[in-house]
Design a protein around this ligand. Structure first.
Ligand code: DX5
Ligand code: ZN
Length: 216
């Protein structure tokens, strides 16, 4: 799979509808970063906002990335709001299986997200159950940071784990994805490439088409 998922975090805050409209005909997945000001040092979007996006743009797969300390409390809110994919951070929960199942029982795709400094070993027990793994390649909280290069090897190792185990989860990569590195990140094994500032600074459509071109 090869998909670019624009992250609304870097879009113009007062022009979010028009930012989505500019790219919507060229994407399938829209990435929504939910931050609680506790797990990460920033506050962003809530379930009302997610619901409004889903209502206005039902054709887009709404990919909700929860960067919150107590994901078990907010997952039901985002299921109700109409999210299609939900990922929560491995570091924020001690009941991974339970939470993954609660997302899947709602008919959604479930993902586990990992900070750059978290070992892939911790994922192993969940690999048979997850629909996708979200690898952070920046320390989460803000858009526009630089890609942490060690992420490339981590992506490749996760792809190997998938092959060895015969699993079929997708690998999503989030943070610092830009024109100059998108091809290498995809070649390392990313299926879904989240891009925030690389899409939403300047002309979003032109930026998106340029990124897509680099993956052809
Ligand atoms: C990081 C977020 C990302 C962010 C990526 O905290 O999870 O989704 O929007 O932004 P860029 O692409 O600018 O690194
Ligand atoms: Zn994200």
């Amino acid at each position: 799979m090869k998909e670019i998922a624009p992250s609304l975090l870097s879009a113009e805050p007062l022009g979010l509808r028009s930012s989505i409209e500019k790219v919507k005909d060229h994407i399938r997945i829209l990435h929504l970063d939910v931050m609680d000001g506790h797990f990460v040092p920033n506050l962003t979007f809530g379930p009302m906002f997610a619901g409004a996006i889903k209502e206005e743009f039902p054709e887009l797969t709404l990919d909700v990335h929860l960067m919150v300390s107590r994901p078990q409390e907010v997952i039901p809110w985002f299921i109700k709001a109409g999210a299609d994919w939900i990922s929560f951070h491995l570091e924020a929960s001690v009941h991974h299986h339970r939470l993954i199942m609660s997302i899947k029982e709602g008919g959604l795709k479930a993902g586990l997200a990992l900070n750059p400094s978290t070992s892939l070993c911790l994922l192993e027990p969940s690999l048979p159950y997850v629909d996708f793994v979200l690898l952070l390649t920046v320390n989460p909280g803000f858009g526009g940071q630089s890609f942490i290069e060690e992420g490339l090897e981590k992506i490749a190792r996760l792809r190997e784990m998938r092959e060895k185990g015969g699993y079929n989860f997708l690998i999503e990569v989030d943070g610092g994805v830009k024109g100059e590195n998108i091809r290498r990140i995809w070649e390392a094994g990313a299926d879904v490439l989240v891009a925030g500032s690389a899409v939403f600074s300047g002309d979003p459509l032109k930026n998106l088409l340029d990124l897509k071109e680099r993956l052809r």
